[in-house]
Design a protein. Structure first.
Length: 492
């Protein structure tokens, strides 16, 4: 092993500082011999300093100092902070040493063989999802059992690979014959190519809703109190009728035609009839009077993609609420030995999670159910994956239930602070590097990985939507398609 530096200053059991003989990248691995064995570290902060250039105040002096510094190797210092990942003592142990290494100890580079021993797959529950960012020859595996039982938060800015990671988890889940439900808020998975993908247009029996939920799905304005009051009254009477919509229309028509009705009530009922007709013509397929449960639209041992892209926030929240509640109750039945649709665990992925579980809990129709899944899902085999680009807008109680994290590109200081506060797996030093990560580069932390690390996530070729469009290429293809004659070929 070649030495890369020497420990300086104060060493602690979980972190050390060393001076290096070369520039060191954040995410590199180093090793130190300590009293209890060889300790593996990952560099979380790397600084380069020139004493000659640190105090200059004008350009001419800076040029002179630059020339002097260039020929003086002692002027340049490379200082690194590294955090302990575990120890090699009769094999790999993911444990922090109780005795810190001695200052003055040599710091060594780590070979790929040792890293493979740390990040290797150890059973059917482990699936490979990428490579170590600083060691591309070493694969990184994650534990799907931990996702299913302890939940996962994917927190990254737009374009950093959130949906690609979801598609990759879905692909690996399908390979294990697992069941997954992706709530697709922006139709990013509508062209995911896999024979195990099942696309779901959400359908719900209107009788299973309450009157306020029905009003929201029909697009009745929240401020239209009279319309909502009338709907509530006729809904209760129509709920148990065989022909729900026909009966609802008849009752509203009776109000319109009743000479004893005051004009404002008749007008509100008439307007409500118009709203219902318009809603049924545009979104009528969402309602299914014969459906017993929303679970009928889902398939076991498939990747179910539920398209929520055509709905408003409130409508999507209502649909998510009913799906999650029925999935959780179904899994409870399975665990307790009753008849159930899903006899094995289910992974649930919620895109744009800040829409569904906002920090302001009163701003969502489904926050209580998502929170319940986060608390109870572990016991009944419902794994929750939340995906968001604005962590600070999420309900902190739900985020605190997440046992694993995949993070990238978070630039807003409040979001960075929220992440380091919400999880012990990501330090403040490592969090500062989030904006520096490129597309597909993520910090993996928590129970689904052996140790916190920087990962280059595999690209899922089967997922077509969600990537940046090549506008120029498509424009040129349009031009080529319109060239139909020799004159077109030479015309500028």
């Amino acid at each position: 092993m070649s030495s890369v530096g020497i420990l300086v200053g104060r060493s602690m059991p979980d972190r050390v500082v060393f001076l290096s003989n070369r520039p060191v990248k954040v995410g590199e691995f180093v090793m130190v011999d300590a009293a209890e064995g060889r300790v593996l570290y990952m560099v979380e902060r790397s600084e380069t300093e020139s004493k000659l250039l640190s105090t200059v105040r004008d350009f001419i002096t800076a040029e002179e100092a630059q020339r002097a510094s260039k020929h003086n190797p002692r002027d340049r210092s490379y200082t690194c902070l590294a955090r302990a990942l575990g120890m090699f003592r009769d094999g790999w142990m993911p444990a922090t040493p109780s005795i810190p290494p001695e200052p003055g100890s040599y710091v060594y580079e780590v070979d790929d063989k040792l890293l493979r021993a740390v990040y290797r797959m150890e059973g059917e529950e482990w699936v490979e999802v990428g490579r170590l960012l600083r060691r591309p020859s070493v694969g990184v595996a994650v534990n799907l059992n931990k996702v299913a039982s302890r939940h996962l938060a994917i927190l990254a800015t737009t374009g950093k690979g959130k949906s690609n990671l979801i598609a990759l988890i879905a692909k690996r889940t399908a390979e294990k014959n697992g069941t997954m439900v992706i709530f697709d808020y922006h139709a990013e998975y509508s062209q995911m190519k896999s024979r195990k993908t099942h696309y779901v247009a959400p359908r719900i029996n209107p009788r299973n809703l309450d009157s306020e939920e029905l009003a929201d799905l029909l697009d009745v304005r929240s401020s239209a109190e009279k319309q909502r009051s009338i709907l509530s009254n006729v809904f209760r009477d129509s709920q148990k009728r065989e022909n729900f919509w026909e009966d609802l229309r008849e009752r509203l028509s009776d109000i319109v035609n009743n000479e004893e009705s005051d004009s404002s009530k008749a007008q509100a009922a008439s307007r409500l009839l118009e709203i219902i007709e318009r809603a049924l013509s545009i979104k009528g397929r969402i309602f299914d009077e014969k459906s017993r449960t929303v679970l009928e639209s889902l398939k076991k041992n498939r990747i179910n993609v539920v398209d929520l892209s055509e709905f408003t926030e409130k409508q999507a929240q209502i649909l998510l609420r009913h799906f999650l509640l029925e999935i959780l109750n179904d899994r409870k039945n399975a665990v307790l030995g009753y008849d159930a649709t899903f006899t094995s665990p289910v992974l649930v992925a919620v895109e744009e999670a800040h829409v569904f579980i906002p920090a302001d809990k009163g701003g969502s129709e489904c926050a209580d159910v998502v929170s319940r899944v986060a608390r109870e899902g572990r016991k009944f085999g419902v794994g929750l994956i939340i995906v968001s680009q604005r962590p600070n807008r999420l309900d902190p109680d739900v985020v605190s239930q997440m046992g694993s994290f995949a993070i990238s590109g978070i630039t807003h200081p409040e979001d960075q602070a929220f992440i380091t506060k919400s999880t012990d797996f990501v330090s403040e030093e490592l969090g500062v590097n989030l904006p520096c990560l490129n597309t597909g580069e993520m910090i993996f932390a928590g129970q689904w990985v052996k140790t916190t690390t920087l990962v280059l996530v595999d690209k899922v070729e089967e997922k077509l939507i969600g990537r940046d469009l090549d506008a120029v290429k498509q424009w040129l293809e349009d031009r080529e398609a319109t060239l139909s004659s020799p004159e077109d070929l030479i015309r500028p």
